[in-house]
Design a protein around this ligand. Structure first.
Ligand code: AGP
Length: 604
């Protein structure tokens, strides 16, 4: 996690550097800082708090200089304090670094440096890097050599940017497991954790691989491998993302803006060529064993995919949370592992894929961020094309992934699905963007009222059967993330096996009610609803028009227009996103950046 960036130019870069970390703030937001080189010294300002908050006290954007680095932090080692915020200066203030990742052997390195007379100002693992650089420079008298020998000593993960008084015209950057990209400008160059660091200035990027470092000046960028020093030639990544989608566009939060982007997100998903999805469907169905993996929201999206493959293609693919994959995934050659990841940088998912590769399995991904590690490491990738998702909680990206999995299952089912059924589902998919637009337009005010009426509720049970079960799980996660309220998701049939003892009027249950024509699932959901009502629990439900069985039993409800039964749970997932948003709004939560979280979890 953490966002890092750097800019080298001939014009002052304070404002641009500040904007770069504001644009990366979803990667971490407990503290931030900037260091620039100006008139023979390094000026650094940093403090605790979000980027705007720190800027209001520290005037980060006013720092003079035409070269500098910046950081926005999600703390791992060392608490959230001003001293622990980045950039970290070396003891003699000759080097400044900003780091994303974890230096596993930092304690040993720190002790060695202390023995050599170095003093430390912070409790972070990262500060050893600036002092190692300074130490190495005094031994080697060459900055690039000093960087190389420092990198050799580091164990762990790093995306690293560095400036030094000893080379005031260049930024040095290095990558090992934490993402890093160079943005190629005209008479100016950029480096950052991801595209958003420089998207407003350039759309041409080089993606650094593990074991590579970059030296950037205004006119050129040189990439080399470490430790060999061998020069690397790179292909330019042309970034196609629309800059407008990174803006809030009049909405009060990115979350609601991104929910309202969803009709467009679906249109993008429908543009992914059939052949591409078909090819991956064949890889999955042709493997001796296919696993679907993801973590957090993407785990639930993968579970939803599991139901789609079961319903439409009669295939069962185990779904494993990426962080547990090492523990249970018995991967062998001939198997395929499909990972779902918005950022393409999630540590747990990357490592699960790395294990799969090591063991000779095929790997595949559904990924949003172009040039990300997962997009590049897998054998087959589908870029979901959802554009930048800025809010820390995933909405439109998760929707896109679910629909790509649905399309994949539909193609995997192929001719085994009766033609009439296939055509009907395809037509509903085509109609889905307009249907979602209609629901957003017509229901959001209603959902907001419902949220206001229930925002005092501290404990929620989210229940669903069949494909509504992963939707209940994902929706409960959304609720927890953004409102900090307790919401427990489970299969509706699971309730009576223990959790029912919690039910009382103060505990509210949200039921994801299938359309009545989905008779078996509808019936099972009704049973759970009755179990709750009989015990005095308060029941809220999302149900479909024409359902006269569910409606009278619900204390609160949202009535939804009909859609294909396979798409119905996806529609409810969107309504649950709206509900979580409006509860969070009523509770005055930090919606786009909920406490303790970060969007891209690049540590294990
Ligand atoms: C989603 O709302 C969460 N912020 C989180 O669970 C996220 O889905 C998870 O960390 C996986 O991230 P990824 O999709 O970038 O791999």
């Amino acid at each position: 996690m953490c966002g890092i960036s750097g800019i080298v130019d001939s014009e002052p870069i304070g404002t641009r550097l500040f904007t770069s970390i504001r644009n990366l703030e979803y990667r971490g937001y407990d503290s931030c800082g900037i260091a620039t080189l100006h008139e023979g010294q390094i000026n650094a300002r940093k403090n605790t708090g979000g980027v705007d908050e720190v800027n209001s006290t520290e005037q980060l954007d006013q720092l003079p200089g035409t070269i500098g680095i910046a950081h926005t932090r999600w703390a791992t080692h060392g608490g959230v304090t001003q001293e622990n915020a980045h950039p970290h200066l070396s003891m003699r203030n000759e080097f400044a670094i900003a780091h994303n990742g974890i230096i596993a052997n930092y304690q040993r390195l720190r002790e060695q440096l202390i023995q050599q007379g170095f003093e430390f100002r912070s409790l972070t693992d990262s500060e050893v890097i600036s002092n190692l650089l300074e130490n190495a420079f005094y031994e080697e008298q060459d900055l690039e050599q000093a960087l190389q020998s420092t990198l050799k000593k580091l164990e762990g993960t790093f995306g690293l940017v560095m400036i030094s008084l000893h080379d005031p015209e260049r930024i040095y950057a290095a990558k090992q497991e934490s993402p890093l990209m160079v943005g190629l400008g005209e008479g100016t160059n950029y480096v950052g954790s991801d595209i958003n660091a420089f998207l407003e200035h350039t759309r041409r990027a080089w993606v650094l691989e593990d074991g590579e470092y970059a030296v950037l000046d205004r006119e050129r960028v040189i990439i080399r491998k470490f430790p060999s020093g061998k020069m690397v030639q790179k292909q330019v990544l042309q970034i196609e993302w629309d800059l407008e989608t990174t803006k809030k566009g009049g909405y009060s939060h990115y979350m609601i803006k991104e929910i309202f982007d969803e009709p467009q997100t679906i249109r993008q998903v429908l543009k992914v060529p059939d052949e591409q999805i078909q090819k991956l469907a064949e890889t999955l169905t042709g493997a001796t064993q296919t696993y679907l993996i993801g973590v957090g929201t993407t785990f639930y999206v993968a579970q939803l995919g599991q139901y789609f493959f079961s319903i439409l293609a009669s295939r069962f693919f185990p779904v494993v949370s990426s962080d547990e994959f090492r523990a249970v995934g018995q991967v062998q050659p001939g198997n395929t592992v499909l990972a779902v990841s918005q950022s393409g940088e999630t540590y747990d998912t990357k490592h699960a894929l790395a294990m799969a590769k090591e063991r000779g399995a095929q790997t595949a991904g559904i990924v949003n961020v172009m040039g990300s590690t997962i997009a590049r490491m897998v054998d087959q990738v589908i870029m979901q094309g959802s554009g930048p998702e800025i809010c820390v909680v995933s909405t439109k990206a998760a929707l896109a992934q679910a629909l790509i999995l649905l399309r994949m299952a539909l193609l995997a089912g192929g001719k085994n699905i009766p033609e009439k059924r296939r055509n009907a589902l395809n037509q509903s998919l085509l109609d889905f963007p307009d249907l979602i637009q209609q629901v957003l337009n017509e229901k959001s005010g209603f959902v907001r009222n419902l949220a206001n009426a229930t925002s005092h509720v501290d404990h929620w049970l989210y229940l669903g059967c069949g494909a509504y079960y992963p939707v209940a799980m994902e929706s409960a996660l959304k609720m927890k993330e953004v409102t900090y309220c307790h919401a427990e998701g489970m299969p509706a049939g699971f309730l009576k096996h223990g959790t029912l003892s919690m039910v009382e009027p103060r505990v509210h249950s949200l039921l994801f009610v299938p359309p009545p024509e989905d008779a078996v699932l509808h019936g099972r959901t009704m049973v759970a609803m009755e179990e709750i009502r009989t015990r005095g629990g308060t029941v809220m439900g999302f149900y479909f028009e024409g359902d006269e069985v569910a409606r009278p039993l619900l204390n609160h409800s949202v009535k939804l227009p009909p859609t294909d039964p396979v798409l119905a749970p996806v529609l409810q997932m969107i309504v649950a996103q709206l509900f979580a948003y409006y509860v969070a709004l009523d509770l005055n939560r930090n919606i786009d950046k909920p406490r303790n979280l970060a969007k891209s979890v690049t540590v294990g």
